[in-house]
Design a protein around this ligand. Structure first.
Ligand code: PLP
Length: 384
């Protein structure tokens, strides 16, 4: 059975050209970048070229880009270093963040180092900026880190980085944004954007898994994230993931090469599916802003009314070779109930949630097949 992969917000397949670029670094160019002889020097030069390319594509200086193992590590590092090195005593975040931010904030709070504050979110999943400003006013004279994601991985909502960044600057706070879902899918010019820290992960844009970046603005001075070696200009010790770094840079380059055309193609797919679902199934709703133009063009979060047929929809679709998720990629495969969906409906969500997320490798034919399968499995109409 051929499979249809519509879970590109969980991960994407590595582009063949990315793989091609990585392969020589496994066996031919295998030197340790810290070695002083030619094998090492050659690899070191490639790492620095990769860093420069990534920095150029994101509008940053090479010195502001550090390679890490991915988005989770990057956010952990930033939040923990802000508390350790910059005197941060309060972290403002939202209930809809990825667990790499939420659980890190909780952990630091349990250690007794900070107080965590959750900003309100509106019924559509947008951050309530008036509440955010009120929180800043209440925390006047305190050192605050704001950590709010750019693109929500489950409902596709986009944060207005400029507005939030300017607000954080007005109150002298640091601003970290988990941009894992948007690096490679959104154009950044970090020199002109008011963020102190962002994160990125190659496997979200057709690069390899286990490699990411953290951007630390030149304005901020931090101590090493990982001690024990001089790699990453002393900031993250440990022999570099060379193949990953090469893959990250190539994948990012490709992501921005045909950016507008790819974006339009993917957005067309999303709205094609949205219209079909809306027109052919009763009672279907779309979560957050995902069905609007003001959202990530890669994500569509659909709520089917709960019936016997829709309750097991994830498994039913899986049996038919259709790979989607029930919210975020859940580690157990069980739909435990997404904190994001429950967060926007204040714990009252009563739906079978399916997150469809698209890439340039999907086709309308695949979406037609998904619609056919849905008709077969849940009928022509599901009643609200
Ligand atoms: C919004 C968001 N942040 C962070 C992560 C974690 O990234 P990584 O898999 O690189 O650790 C993900 C991946 O699922 C994500 O979607």
């Amino acid at each position: 059975m051929s499979r249809i992969y519509l879970d590109n917000a969980a991960t994407t397949k590595v582009d063949e050209k990315v793989l091609e670029k990585m392969l020589p670094f496994f066996a031919e160019n295998f030197g340790n970048p810290s070695s002083i002889y030619s094998y090492g020097r050659e690899v070191k030069a490639m790492i620095e070229a990769a860093r420069k390319s990534v920095a150029n594509l994101l509008g940053a200086n090479p010195g502001e880009i550090f390679f890490t193992s991915g988005g989770t590590e990057s956010s952990n590092m930033i939040m923990r270093r802000c508390v350790n090195d910059l005197g941060v005593k309060h972290i403002i975040t939202s209930p809809l963040e990825h667990h790499c931010v939420l659980h890190t904030a909780e952990d630091i709070e349990h250690l007794g180092r900070i107080k965590k504050h959750l900003v309100d979110v509106k019924p559509n999943g947008d951050v309530d900026l008036e509440h955010l400003e009120k929180m800043f006013q209440e925390l006047k004279n305190e050192k605050v880190l704001v950590s709010l994601m750019h693109g929500n991985n489950e409902i596709g909502n986009l944060l207005d980085l400029k507005t939030v960044g300017e607000l954080t600057k007005k109150y002298g706070a640091y601003f970290h944004s988990d941009t894992v879902q948007t690096v490679g899918h959104f154009k950044f010019n970090l020199h002109e954007m008011p963020m102190d820290f962002i994160t990125g992960s190659a496997h979200k844009f057709h690069g390899p898994k286990g490699i990411g970046i953290v951007y630390v603005s030149d304005r901020v001075k931090m101590k090493p994230f990982v001690a024990g070696g001089g790699q990453e200009r002393n900031m993250r010790a440990g022999t570099e993931n060379v193949t990953g770094i090469i893959g990250f840079a190539k994948a990012l380059e490709m992501a921005y090469e045909n950016f507008e055309a790819d974006k339009k193609y993917i957005a067309d797919l999303k709205f094609y599916l949205k219209n079909k679902l809306q027109n052919e199934f009763e009672g279907v709703i779309f979560n957050g802003n995902s069905a609007t133009e003001n959202s990530m063009y890669t994500v569509l979060s659909v709520g089917f009314p709960k019936t016997q047929q829709t309750e097991m929809l994830l498994y039913t679709l899986d049996m038919e070779g259709i790979c989607v998720s029930g919210g975020s990629a859940c580690s157990s495969g069980a739909e435990a109930g997404s904190h994001v969906i429950q967060g926007i409906y204040k714990g009252m969500a009563n739906q079978s949630t399916i997150r469809f997320s698209f890439s340039k490798y999907n086709t309308k034919d695949e979406l037609d097949k998904v619609i056919d399968v849905l008709h077969q499995k849940i009928g022509t109409a599901v009643n609200a």
